[in-house]
Structure formats: structure tokens, C-alpha cells
Design a protein around this ligand. Sequence first.
Ligand SMILES: Cc1cc2nc3c(=O)[nH]c(=O)nc-3n(C[C@H](O)[C@H](O)[C@H](O)COP(=O)(O)OP(=O)(O)OC[C@H]3O[C@@H](n4cnc5c(N)ncnc54)[C@H](O)[C@@H]3O)c2cc1C
Length: 457
Amino acid sequence: MESMKPLVLSKVVENDLCIGCGACVQTCPSKALNVDWNSYGFLIATSNENQCDEGGSCIEVCPFNPEPGPGYKNEDGLAADFLAEAPNYHLQMGRYHALYVGYSHKHRVTSSSGGVATFVYEKLFDKGLIDHVVTVGESKPSNAHYQYKIVSNKNDLLSISKTRYHPVTLATALQEIKQLEGRVAISGIGCFIKAIRLAQDKDPVLKDKIAFLVGIICGGVKSKFFTDYLAGRAGATLDDFSNPEYRVKEPSSTAIDYGFSCTDNPSKTTKLIKMREVGDMWGSGLFKANACDFCDDVTTELADISLGDAWLKPYNQDGSGHNVIISRSNIADQILHDGLKSGELDLEYLSQEQFLASQQGSFNHRHDGMSTRLALVKGDGYVVPPKRIEKIDLPIYLKLVQRLRRHTRSRSLEVWAEYKDPVEFDRRMKVELLKLKLATRLSHAVRKAKKVSGTKS
Ligand SMILES: Cc1cc2nc3c(=O)[nH]c(=O)nc-3n(C[C@H](O)[C@H](O)[C@H](O)COP(=O)(O)OP(=O)(O)OC[C@H]3O[C@@H](n4cnc5c(N)ncnc54)[C@H](O)[C@@H]3O)c2cc1C
């Protein structure tokens, strides 16, 4: 292995780039690291400096390493090693076999989108390719609602279906995997999958044990404040609710018309609020981790299969849910074809244009807006990781949107940390959100006018 200058993980934490994946914890030979909650509702790495050997193995597996040494591989470098068999490449989507849209007849009712994630786990068990699934389910007992857990029985898969917009960490699970008999599949958002690939690249035990990665296409990690805010808005008792569900579907309506629900423990009743009533929680950047603004992997490029929501007509008109799917490894593609043949999956091919359109908002923000954000934070003296995105000089009105989103993001965390009350939060965020809304509307209007007149935006 190429020797690297020891870098301290504190650079990641000090620059607010730690996403709490915990890959560093399992790699630290002197057990100096842990993952814990910070005051803004995120899980982040914590260290005991007296124990630190300064060897730098932690930073080598960090997906947001701000100062990578010569041996560090970015998404393209890792994909060349781990997904060498994929026949296609697209600058924005990475290496892949094929693009699909569809759902699992059996699982979509109990899943967040089309239930293909749960279907794939089931088939991996059936084929004898894995003995365990490491994914996110209810956390008991813990002060978190959800956490990574290990499921070793196919019949328990339903307990881990559904999307959890809640901070989680792999810190414990990655250590446990090494002790497990047999092989595992893991689900993760882009930065977690990258951390796993970096760890596999360094550790032959993990390379052998982890047989399959299910990539969850991610529009940003939310603080646990997001869950508290939604519970409060739904009318639950803030410090005594459980079982938050982020994607309560309305099969008779459209896919976007989903709700958030939770159990109010004192009254033992279910509280539900439609997401349309709380406004735009994604494009505004509310409660989002800072690191997500410096991630250019929109489609979870390093997984065997990447799964997202089909925010695309006509599929988004069906409230039962559809997945957009990118198969990247042979085995992933085979599972999909078998499912189509057996009638267990409803599946159609998607064109590149259709796929890109299904995640357009995320590409606009994460790729097109990246150089503006890099310039903004570098100007404030922060260190950020090198990105693959070419410099795009946005027009002034889009730069303004980026600046306002950054502000809304950080302000939302400060306001909730101080008041922890949804009414006060809405009151205090009103001006910020209004400014952002007006700037966004202006940018849409200018874009539309330029399109009509044939001017390049
Ligand atoms: C934080 C986050 C942001 C997302 N943003 C987008 C987006 O911008 N665009 C988009 O198209 N899709 C997004 N998704 C993905 C989408 O919500 C669905 O998870 C995905 O389409 C899979 O649906 P499914 O019905 O196949 O999954 P299911 O069959 O319901 O299974 C979901 C699987 O994901 C696992 N899981 C749940 N939460 C997490 C988590 N936090 N981290 C890792 N694994 C988890 C579950 O344990 C389960 O194995 C996001 C998901 C998350 C967790």
C-alpha cells in the first residue's frame, strides 16, 4: 500500500464534512474513534486524542476526505475497480448495465417506492449469495428511532423495508460483519457506499464478506431535527413519540402525495401530516447535512444496483410507487431479468434522458451548483474535498439561489436547536423561506423566458 501522510480526521469534523458513516471507526487500530450525536441532530465521528496513533487509516476510508493523498480513489477510480464489468458509462450516472423503471408486485405495498430493494434482498438470499442483510430498521433500545441492523432471516426482511430520513451509522455494523459467518448485502446512500468501497479497497476481509451493495439514491441526509419537526407538525408530543414513517403512501393519489406519520405515545394514537402541508423540505435544504452540498454522486455510482423514486410521468401519477433502477453489476442485472421473466417484477427500460429527468432537481443542485458552493465556502475559509464536476459559472440569479439555500440550511438547524418548537420554527424561518421561494421563482421565470427566446441559460 502506498504510504500516505497522516491526516487527522478532525479536519473532516472541523469543516463540518463528517456524515457519520463510521467507516473510520472500524479501521482505527488504536480504537480512538466513535460516532455520536452532535448538537444539530447529526451523527458525527468523535475521537479520543490520547489514543490516536496518527497513522491516518481513518481518513483513508472517509468519503469526504478534504485532502486526499496520492493513493486515494474517487468515485471514478473505485468504479473502475469494483464495477469493471459494467459495459456503459455516463458522466452523470457512472458505470452501468441498464436503466429501468418498475416495481415488485409483492413488496411495493409495504415499501417506500416500488419495493425493488426488498425484492433484491429476497433474491440474494434465495440464490444463496448472502447470509445476512445489513440495512436500516427500528433501533431498540436506543435514543435513535432507526439504526443499521443485521437481518439473517429472509422472513424478517419486511421489518427493514421503507425509507428512513434519519441519521444512521455503520460504525458498529461494519465491525460486526467481520465476525459474522457468511456474506452480507448492505444498503446505503452514496457517501456510505463510497465509504464501504474505500474500506473494502483497504481490507480484504470486508472485500470478501460484502457480496452486494444496494444503493439508495439520495437527495440529502436530514438531521434528526427533521423527524422532530414533522412529528410536531403532525401533532405528536415532541419528546414522546415513536415509529416515524416518512413515506405513507396514498395509492389513490399521486406518488408525491405522501405523508409522514408517527405514534403519539401518551395518547397511543397515530398522527399524520401530508408533506404538501409542510412545504418544500428538499429543494430548500432545510435540516440538511453540510457534507451533502459537497457530494457529486447523485445516483449512488458505486453500488451493484441503484434505486430511487420515479419522479417522472406517467409513473409519478401512481401513488403506489415506482422505482427508477440502475443495474451496475452482472448479478444485479440478472436478478432484474429473472424477476421480469417470473412475473414478480413489472419492469420497463428507461432512456438516459428519462432517467436524468427523474432526478433533475438533484442534478441541478448537486452538479450545476457545485462550483458556486465551493467558491462560497472556500471564501469563508473552509476546506472542501476535491470534486469531479467541471466548473460551471452560473448566472447571477442561480448563484443567489445557491447562497440562499446554504443560508436556509444552516439557519434551520440553528433555529430548531434553540427553540425545538414547530410553530416558533415556522415563524422564525418565514423570511428566509420567502426569500428563497422568490429567488427560485425568478430563476424559473428567467430560464423559461430564455428557453422561449432560444437564449442559452
Ligand atoms: C436519506 C434519503 C434520501 C433519499 N432521496 C432520494 C431522492 O432524492 N431521489 C430519489 O429518487 N430517491 C431518494 N431516496 C430513495 C427512496 O426514498 C427509496 O428509498 C428508494 O427508491 C428505494 O425504494 P424501495 O421501495 O425499493 O425500498 P424498500 O423496499 O422500501 O427498501 C428500502 C431499503 O432502504 C433501506 N434504508 C432505509 N433508510 C435508509 C437509510 N437512511 N440509509 C440506508 N438504507 C436505508 C431500508 O432498510 C430498506 O432496505 C432517498 C432515500 C433516503 C434514505
